[in-house]
Design a protein around this ligand. Sequence first.
Ligand SMILES: NC(=O)c1ccc[n+]([C@@H]2O[C@H](COP(=O)([O-])OP(=O)(O)OC[C@H]3O[C@@H](n4cnc5c(N)ncnc54)[C@H](OP(=O)(O)O)[C@@H]3O)[C@@H](O)[C@H]2O)c1
Length: 236
Amino acid sequence: MSARRRVAVIGAEGRLGRHACELLESSAEFELVARIGRGDALEAAVRAARAELAFESTRAGLGFEHAERLLRAGVRPLVATSGVTPEENERLDALARGLGLGGLVVPNFSVGSWLLQRLSAEAARWFERAEIVELHHDKKRDAPSGTALETARRMRAERGEGAREVPIHSVRLPGLYAHQEVLFGAPGEVLTLRHDMSGPDAFGPGILAALRHVATASGVGRGLDAVFARGVPTAN
Ligand SMILES: NC(=O)c1ccc[n+]([C@@H]2O[C@H](COP(=O)([O-])OP(=O)(O)OC[C@H]3O[C@@H](n4cnc5c(N)ncnc54)[C@H](OP(=O)(O)O)[C@@H]3O)[C@@H](O)[C@H]2O)c1
């Protein structure tokens, strides 16, 4: 059997980071070699652990900087953190290609959310007006969510140059976990697409499949399209 891929988790004490650590600890394919938190020196910690891959889930706005530093340290990043723009993604892609490395930025690992984004892009071709409502637990710090921004970006890209903005409404309340509605309106009809998550288990298959992809990727892509190109994996 080949050696397990060595993975560091950055933001390991956070909600998503803890879930990623649990997944890695029960994986036959990957080995959790470092739990890195806010007080740790990033480059020194990944080098000391001889990490090959890093799962980055910290705070909105840090994903780009951390991915850049990880690549320069020779580590392939999988960025879960919200807020990496498409332009920053392109800069990471160029840097990784120059270094002969790869990585990936994934605004949402759930299969249902990935499908909602694809279906929303498809529907945006037929409805000129649409709005997004994203609803999350009250501990979520950023708004609008990275998933909502990515959905809107994909919808506008599908509509082409000069397309109307897609307004996003954010709700933060106890009792919620992660939910998103995309409403399409035209005279006399409304189409509603909705996705609901009740816990982090929905991220598991996407996280493992994305790590598998990152292990051999050239450059830094975005989203799960390439990861799920040959079908969506099961949790086991
Ligand atoms: N892609 C996806 O599917 C997905 C799913 C869920 C969440 N997210 C995104 O992932 C990010 C994390 O979400 P979360 O719910 O896990 O947040 P969280 O519970 O607040 O966890 C973030 C963790 O990162 C740590 N941290 C902050 N700055 C750091 C630094 N410079 N170096 C290392 N660690 C640092 C925090 O430590 P302190 O507590 O000390 O600040 C905390 O432990 C958010 O941007 C969220 O939107 C993405």
